[in-house]
Design a protein around this ligand. Structure first.
Ligand code: ZN
Length: 241
């Protein structure tokens, strides 16, 4: 019949392996969630870039249309000028041609800018689409790995839980409460060994009288310094010497 402290040692072993397995599952879930979030943000940025590129494309076509029309009018005015015999009319027509020239230069300048902007926007969009695709693939790979982890650990976690439920029944209720409390306060380590008269939780020396009590293994003794439950394993102490 194992003593209470021995049962607590077993309980802690189960808790530790259970926690490691649960953390493996949780960290996988965390990575998938992170990649989900990155994907959503990247998809939104890609949509935005696509809208901007489309707007630039529309603007480019509009400017090209206006430029073609201005050039058409220019051709028409120049042809007309050759037929004008009246000085006043000729002056007006030349003025019109000058204005059209200005308009054409302005449109060409603007169009050149839009071409450059469009090229940059299209390149940016392609890069974003590439990144989006890479994120989708990374997320997919992580999801597959997570599924694998869950499949691998799921049954083991169930077994650990069943073992824990069985063990906890054998531990005194007050000790169980105390164990849970120390476990949460002391970073998942409630039961520690005393080796060479030293608490392995906080490395402080255990007073000799207390050490004698611990070796008797009759009751659960707390470390005076870190308040963890102290455990002594004779076999291991002998083996290590
Ligand atoms: Zn201690």
């Amino acid at each position: 019949m194992p003593s209470q402290i021995e049962l607590l040692v077993q309980l802690q072993q189960v808790d530790q392996t259970l926690r490691a397995k649960t953390q493996a599952v949780e960290s996988g879930q965390g990575r998938v969630a992170d990649l989900d979030e990155s994907y959503r943000a990247k998809a939104a940025a890609t949509d935005q870039a696509r809208t901007a590129a489309l707007a630039l494309g529309t603007r480019q076509r509009d400017l090209e249309g206006r430029l073609a029309s201005a050039e058409e009018r220019m051709k028409d005015r120049r042809m007309r000028i050759t037929r004008i015999r009246n000085d006043k009319e000729l002056g007006l027509a030349k003025r019109e041609v000058d204005l059209l020239k200005e308009e054409i230069v302005g449109l060409e300048t603007e169009l050149q800018q839009v071409y450059e902007q469009n090229e940059a926007a299209t390149g940016g969009l392609a890069a974003l689409e590439g990144e989006l695709k890479a994120l989708a693939q990374a997320r997919e790979a992580e999801a597959v790995a997570l599924k694998d982890t869950i499949a691998r650990l799921g049954a083991a976690i169930e077994r650990d839980r069943a073992r824990r439920a069985g063990l906890i029944e054998t531990v005194d209720a007050e000790l169980r409460r105390r164990y849970e409390m120390i476990l949460s306060r002391r970073g998942g380590l409630a039961v520690v060994q005393v080796r060479d008269g030293t608490c392995q939780g906080c490395r402080m020396r255990v007073p000799p009288q207390l050490f004698n009590q611990i070796q008797r293994n009759e009751q659960v003794i707390l470390c005076p310094s870190c308040q963890r439950m102290l455990h002594w394993q004779p076999a291991q102490d002998e083996a290590s010497e």
